[in-house]
Design a protein around this ligand. Structure first.
Ligand code: TYD
Ligand code: MG
Length: 464
């Protein structure tokens, strides 16, 4: 293939330069020029006239709304985040820290897809075929018929995809793939973006009938590594390109892993799948409500249980806080919770409940490596902090949820009834919830304290 011309495009203003420079010649920003393949510019005259003949405009109601064919992977928790299964012609991006289980999960999924009659292809750029084989033995996937290709050059991968036309192909990982059209190193933003764009285009174009039926479209799964600051290959360059973005979460030290859908053109977002890493790979956890609780025999100070509702399932998560006298510049640290929100909550606590932590280090943590983004965690965070500050545990069987506003008000959390019922089912007996979430009919075995303001919440907790 002839080498295509490349240009350097500014990621800020879109200006171009034929060669690399430190400063963008158009907007004078530094370090923004990124190599990309030059669009072959046709002669300006009559360019649009000839293009207009090739593109088709259709009336919306005339277009057949074909329901996307979904293929369940056979792993219930994975299907849940995918919105039912792999979609024909869809592109899925799976991100996560190294060693969290991306390759393991995908190999397991490909094997069960292959066994259910789909044709699969596993393209590995990180491990050799022998390493994959070793892993499949360990996973107990005997006589697996999954096809494996150890290759990192994009053009060769595309050629093999075209020749074998698999139903599902996994590229592990997109950071190892490189295109010979670009001179930048594999893993650079330019390479990752270019290769992902080519593979996405392939998935969309494959199987498209052009008079003769060409069979099914290929679903492509791209594996992406997350850099230290949590971004996927540079400035999240791939997320807008693909149909579905899944992220692996969880602590590599604990055995639980969460897979969260943060974008899904074919299903609900924020849905999560829960897995446990075992000797034989990842196993779905179908009833995950209670796995994010640490098992204290007796209540300890600085711990408050909340019910979070991510996706469709309520889960109980323990929030821990440690407040300890700090130095001249006290530290605020949060793991699994938003750091800015912690600063805000401390300010609300001071202003509206008169609890000062100015000279204290404050650490908060969501148990089990789970990440909680919903504001309904606010109340539990506040209660864990005050409990640690006073050295007084919250009573046994206690939980709380609710959003805290800057004016000290406690706002309702969505679908409060479901949260309350889940906690009651697991044997929790005392709840502190926003007034608007208080149920009309009492829930058996549950004492509910409904509050409207932070001050009120503090009074209730003191009296328990
Ligand atoms: P891996 O899938 O290689 O992670 P990634 O592709 O995201 O980098 O996961 C490897 C980790 O999983 C490794 O630390 C070993 C562990 N593991 C198990 O605990 N059980 C198993 O059956 C397998 C295959 C791996
Ligand atoms: Mg891997």
């Amino acid at each position: 293939m002839a080498k295509e011309k490349t240009v350097y495009v500014c990621s800020d203003c879109g200006g171009t330069s034929p060669k690399w420079q430190g400063k963008c010649p158009s907007c004078n920003a530094w370090n923004t020029l990124i190599e990309s393949v030059a669009e072959s510019s046709a002669p300006a005259k009559n360019r649009f006239a000839s293009l207009a003949k090739t593109a088709e405009v259709a009336i919306l109601s005339d277009i057949d709304a074909v329901d996307m064919a979904r293929t369940p992977t056979g792993h219930e928790e994975l299907d849940r985040v995918l919105g039912g299964g792999m979609v024909e012609g869809g592109v899925v991006l799976i991100g996560g820290d190294p060693g969290i289980g991306k390759s393991t999960l995908l190999l397991q999924a490909l094997d069960s897809l292959q066994r259910s009659g789909q044709s699969t292809l596993y393209v590995t750029g990180e491990e050799s075929g022998a390493q994959i084989a070793l892993r499949s033995r360990r996973l107990g996937l005997d006589h697996s018929q999954v096809r494996v290709l150890a290759e990192i050059q994009l053009e060769k991968i595309l050629a093999i995809l075209d020749a074998t036309q698999p139903d599902i192909a996994v590229i592990d990982s997109i950071q190892t793939v490189y295109s010979e059209q670009l001179t930048s190193a594999p893993g650079s933003v330019a390479q990752v973006r270019e290769c992902a764009a080519h593979l996405t285009r392939y998935a969309k174009a494959s199987g498209r009938s052009d008079g003769v039926t060409r069979g099914r479209a290929t679903c492509i799964v791209l594996v992406g590594h997350v850099t230290k600051d949590g971004a996927l290959a540079g400035p999240r360059v791939l997320e807008h390109m693909v149909d579905t973005v899944l992220y692996f979460e969880g602590d590599t030290h604990s055995s639980f892993r969460l897979v969260r859908a943060i974008k899904n053109r074919f299903g609900a977002v924020n849905e999560i799948g829960v897995f446990a890493m075992t000797e034989k790979g990842l196993k779905g956890v179908s009833n995950p409500s209670a796995i994010f609780l640490s098992q204290h025999a007796e209540p300890v100070p600085g711990s408050c249980v909340m019910v979070t509702l991510e996706g469709t399932r309520p889960m109980l998560v323990e929030i821990q806080a440690l407040v300890d006298s700090g130095g001249p510049s006290p530290r605020r640290l949060s793991v699994g919770l938003d750091k800015d929100r912690l600063a805000m909550l401390l300010a609300v606590l001071h202003r509206h409940a008169g609890v000062a932590c100015m000279d204290q280090d404050v650490f908060v943590n969501a148990v089990g490596g789970v990440r909680i983004s919903e504001p309904a965690a606010d109340l539990a965070v506040l209660l864990a902090i005050t409990s640690s500050l006073r050295g007084k545990p919250l009573p046994k069987g206690f939980f709380a949820f609710g959003e805290v506003g800057l004016a000290g008000e406690i706002r309702p959390a969505p679908r409060g009834q479901e949260r309350l019922k889940e906690a009651a089912k697991l044997g929790f007996s005392v709840a502190l919830v926003p007034k608007a979430n208080a149920p009309k009919k009492p829930i058996e075995g549950l004492t509910i304290h409904a509050v409207e303001r932070v001050e009120q919440a503090m009074d209730v907790v003191r009296g328990l």
